[in-house]
Design a binder for this molecule. Sequence first.
Ligand SMILES: [Zn+2]
Ligand SMILES: [Zn+2]
Length: 399
Amino acid sequence: MIYNSLIAEAQALLPSAVELRRAVHRDPEIGNLLPRTREKVLAALKGLPLELTLHETTSGIGAVLRGAKPGPTIILRGDMDALDLHEDSGEPFASENPQTMHACGHDLHTSMLVHAAKLLSAHQADLAGQVLFMFQPGEEGHHGAREMISEGLLTSVDPPPTAALAIHVSTIYDSGLITTRPGPGMAAADQVQIIVHGSGGHASSPHRAKDPVSVAAAILTNIQVALTRQVQATEPVVVTFGMITAGSAHNIIPSSATMTGTIRTLSEDRRDHVHKMLKEVADGISAAHGLTATVEIDRGYPVTVNNPEWTKEFLAFAADMFGTGKVTEQPEPVMGAEDWSYVLQQVPGAMAFLGACPPELDSAEGPTNHSNLVRFHEDAMATGIALYAATAIRHLNHV
Ligand SMILES: [Zn+2]
Ligand SMILES: [Zn+2]
């Protein structure tokens, strides 16, 4: 079976994958413009039989591998951006750039996708269809995937992709473990700002003022009440206010109070409902006390929905290939967000997690993605490379 040989072929590419990962790790870049990272990727792809599209609004790269025979298209993604964080991992190849760190493992994703392109290129003669490799910047809150879609990524290949896979490394799983789930896998993440408008005065005479601080406090607690009363208890929804600002001294009633928070939901219907509820509670509580409120919601990434049928087949196939002990269905969604969701809104597929906890650490307790201390187990990249390649061959050749 070709899949067994893919694991061995991916393993043989591991030293090269480690080398590229470390080069990207040393020189991290943030946001949608990653010129040096793009150069490294282009240098690594040199000589492969790929049709490259260099995106202009971002540093994204679309790379198409055409098989020798006609057939469908699959899109595979690796994101390439880093985080605004000082690195304290102690790795010998730690970031050389101030306050910039590949703490989410996107350096591993970049290298895995490059090496999946190498592996699949070696099988070009056997492929019946196209593989579109999406090297994506700006995943960490910059809507990089949406930008690449706007620039024509998904219509750049004929026929357009009918399957989609992104792999994300995570240290909360043992190295080499593959996991995902059918249906919603990650949340929509929106930002909310509520400003309560009152009128200021002396703290000793609240009856002559309109105190926005007390009303803001009432709004905050009533939002939590409304969530538990309006949403079925088994459905996860999170509203957290991480910032409250008001006032300048202990003896002054300020004229306004501002609360900023995040909203996490697992369906578009619930997302709309919670947005409406936040406005109703803020307006209603404010009105009850003779104040007013303005509510502004900044829509972030949508819900990441793994196509149920596709994902079930993917899990079964991965278990056949790597062994049942290496593949598990994720029991519940995570309330983080991913802009791969924009691709999954248009193409059936999934976001899969790949365990990359260093073996000397406990995956239940070690530093996680986004930690200044996080370290990833590079050997897991061989699994990621083989999984990308096998998923593509399976979609193209129906084997
Ligand atoms: Zn991240
Ligand atoms: Zn990430």
